[in-house]
Design a protein around this ligand. Structure first.
Ligand code: 8DG
Ligand code: MG
Length: 287
């Protein structure tokens, strides 16, 4: 069939004729495929923004035929975190104004100072980098005496739950990464008292004092900045993580056979020094 034959039919112009021919010749319509693909991606993005959901789970739900958040709520098999993520879907997508992050920090700070005077508490992440709004609140806690941090985690979290400030738990763990035991991390949801407040994502991380500067650097970010710092350390045969800066690493290709020994890192400045870098304040660490 030719384009001319189609156009001779009633109500068919050139553009419609082209589409009909494309369907006859290829068995499909490129524009429709593109539209459907866009829709698929939009739906998977919608699902991927449920807290605790990665791209694999989002795709699985899509393949199971789910298309809306209500489909997920009523039909999908959800983890505990995904249930909470759906419960506060809209609230978690909103950025938290800087001033509110300060208020949240104050509640945690007041609670922890009562438990153990002299505690160091610092909100990290985008807040410390000076952003006007933050995706969540990342609170880092330690104690200069080197031991008190061990006794803070459960009393602090339990106290904040009892007063209604923490409303839901997401992750509650003493073992948070490949070097278990030294960092304790709570991920949950908090709500400031008063009318019209929103549920916000709060992380509380408690670390031993000798790891404080490395943790401060890590949790301040940005993720990209951290990656560059680690890469630089690797190139100097050092090893930088949220726990430590080590020297004397023995590698076999890319594998570390021996992690070497910890360098003393009393401050963030000391870490920059070891890496032969001029100190960069947090608001210059976005890249
Ligand atoms: P935001 O909450 O305002 O969205 O930004 P953020 O404060 O910079 O990010 P975050 O997700 O709260 O994480 C806090 C810091 O943790 C981040 O600035 C750098 C560090 N971090 C890494 N790698 C990763 C990672 O893979 N995931 C997350 N969530 N944080 C990471 O260095
Ligand atoms: Mg953050």
């Amino acid at each position: 069939m030719k384009s001319q034959e189609l156009i001779s039919l009633p109500d068919i112009g050139q553009r419609l004729a082209d589409k009909i021919l494309e369907i006859i010749e290829t068995g499909g319509l490129w524009k429709l495929d593109e539209f459907q693909t866009d829709n698929d991606i939009t739906t998977m993005n919608l699902f991927g923004q449920v807290w605790g959901t990665g791209p694999a789970a989002a795709k699985k739900w899509f393949d199971q035929g789910f298309r809306t958040l209500d489909d997920l709520r009523t039909k999908a098999k959800l983890t505990h975190n995904q249930i909470i993520g759906l419960k506060y879907y809209d609230e978690f997508l909103e950025r938290i104004p800087r001033e509110e992050v300060s208020e949240i920090e104050k509640v945690v700070s007041d609670a922890v100072q009562v438990l153990r005077p002299g505690v160091i508490i610092q909100t990290c992440g985008s807040y410390r980098r000076g952003k006007a709004s933050c995706g969540d609140v990342d609170v880092l806690i330690s104690h200069p005496d080197g031991v008190s941090h061990e006794y803070l985690f459960y009393p602090l979290v339990d106290g904040l739950k009892l007063c209604g400030f923490l409303t839901d738990d997401l992750m509650y763990s003493e073992k948070v990464d490949e070097e278990p035991g030294s960092h304790m991390k709570y991920c949950g949801v908090c709500l400031l008292p008063g009318e019209g407040r929103k549920h916000r994502r709060l992380d509380i991380i408690i670390v031993p004092y000798q790891e404080y500067a490395c943790a401060l650097l890590y949790f301040t970010g940005s993720t990209l900045f951290n990656r560059s710092m680690r890469h630089l350390a690797d190139g100097m045969n050092l090893y930088l993580s949220q726990h430590r800066l080590n020297t004397g690493i023995i590698r076999n290709g890319k594998t570390k056979i021996n992690l070497g020994t910890r360098l003393p890192t009393p401050t963030e400045e000391s870490i920059f020094n070891y890496l032969n870098l001029p100190y960069r304040p947090p608001h210059e660490r976005d890249h």
